[in-house]
Design a protein around this ligand. Structure first.
Ligand code: HEC
Ligand code: HEC
Ligand code: HEC
Ligand code: HEC
Ligand code: HEC
Length: 236
């Protein structure tokens, strides 16, 4: 018996069951819910459909999800290293920030596979053994035209990493990276909340978010000891 026959049989069974209820006559509907009710109904359906499209489907289409090449457990490593975050994210002597760690910072402990974790095995066989840097996806990465300095914020401004990055540094697993298909930026720049509500200081990092915090802290970028001014304080 083909699947089509089976389907016919099922729908025949359905028909039998439904024939027990009397057929509904559209004419016998409650007069109170006439044309007005139908219009309201269509209005609500249309509204719900556009809300779903704008709030659920569009953001899903706009962002493509990418897994990190290797998962990384911050909580585990923070216990193993000596200088906490600075073991991997530090300032060089010239004041520049090291950013995402290089393979050289991992090799002392990962020349060989230490344990059973499949992520460690992947890291050692695919990257350490081949001398290949891990192409980490940077959640906070700004467009190339933006100039940002960690030392100004972390040392001079005495700000905590959490203020701008949230709790990535204490996490057990790296979250999925979401890339905006139009701009190519990380979703962390525009944020998750499309209504624009910001619950935490790290929810979003658009131009206005930089500027809002500067205003709150009375940072006068024009008085900053640089030869750049106005827009060029933050733009190359
Ligand atoms: C053993 C090394 C190591 C230590 C120690 C470490 N990190 Fe990391 N961290 C990494 C690696 C590897 C990544 C790369 C993942 C990525 O691209 O986000 C990363 C990424 C990050 C990021 C995300 C950057 C971005 O936007 O993608 C933040 C924020 C961060 N670390 C903060 C911290 C803080 C805070 C601490 C201390 C509490 C810390 N890290 C300790 C290795 C380390
Ligand atoms: C101080 C030593 C030390 C350093 C430095 C270190 N690791 Fe580890 N790492 C370990 C140990 C120990 C484990 C646990 C292995 C096990 O028992 O599964 C581990 C586990 C891992 C794992 C598997 C668990 C997880 O995090 O998902 C990955 C991947 C990893 N390390 C990557 C890195 C990378 C990348 C760096 C450099 C940025 C690094 N490690 C630096 C000691 C270290
Ligand atoms: C005032 C906000 C702010 C603070 C505070 C801050 N960061 Fe960042 N961080 C950023 C921004 C913005 C970027 C993206 C810079 C870019 O793309 O040019 C970034 C990028 C990074 C990166 C990725 C760098 C790369 O290689 O591209 C790491 C890792 C990182 N931050 C870790 C930290 C750690 C660790 C701390 C605390 C010691 C910290 N940040 C404090 C805003 C901040
Ligand atoms: C949570 C608050 C906060 C956020 C968010 C923030 N900043 Fe700042 N920024 C500061 C403070 C405070 C200073 C002044 C630090 C000092 O010199 O004491 C500063 C200083 C600066 C300076 C001057 C650095 C110099 O040359 O001395 C630049 C440039 C700058 N910020 C760019 C940015 C950009 C770009 C962003 C967004 C990607 C940003 N900031 C986000 C608080 C913030
Ligand atoms: C406090 C730092 C800061 C200052 C000052 C600033 N910008 Fe920006 N600007 C940013 C950041 C961060 C972004 C990227 C995030 C975004 O698109 O909001 C950006 C993005 C832009 C973009 C979009 C570029 C792109 O690739 O999407 C334009 C255009 C721009 N800025 C123009 C200006 C002009 C013009 C001024 C001066 C009136 C200015 N900015 C001053 C931080 C700043």
């Amino acid at each position: 018996m083909s699947t089509e026959d089976k389907a016919n049989e099922v729908s025949a069974g359905d028909r039998d069951r439904h024939s027990a209820t009397p057929p509904t006559d559209p004419g016998t509907q409650d007069p109170a819910s006439g044309a007005g009710g139908t219009i309201t109904l269509f209005f609500i359906i249309g509204l719900v459909a556009s809300l779903v499209l704008g709030w659920v489907i569009f953001p899903q289409l706009l962002y493509s999800k990418k897994e990190q090449p290797v998962d990384f457990n911050h909580a585990l490593h923070n216990e193993l290293v000596e200088d906490s975050c600075e073991s991997c994210h530090f300032f060089r002597e010239d004041g520049t920030f090291s950013g995402v760690p290089k393979l050289a910072q991992c090799i002392d402990c990962h020349e060989e596979v230490n344990g059973e974790d499949p992520e460690e095995e992947k890291f050692v066989t695919q990257y350490v053994a081949k001398g290949r840097e891990v192409p980490w996806l940077v959640y906070a990465r700004q467009p190339d035209c933006v100039f940002f300095s960690h030392i100004a914020h972390v040392k001079m401004g005495e700000m905590d990493c959490v203020t701008c990055h949230g709790h990535i540094g204490e996490s057990e697993s790296l979250k999925v990276y979401e890339e905006n298909r139009i701009t190519g930026y990380s979703r962390d720049i525009w944020g998750k909340n499309i209504a624009g509500i910001k619950w935490n200081s790290w929810d979003r990092m658009k131009m206005d978010d930089c500027a809002d915090c500067h205003k709150k802290n009375n940072v006068n970028l024009n008085s900053v000891q640089t030869h750049r001014g106005g827009c060029f304080v933050c733009h190359h």
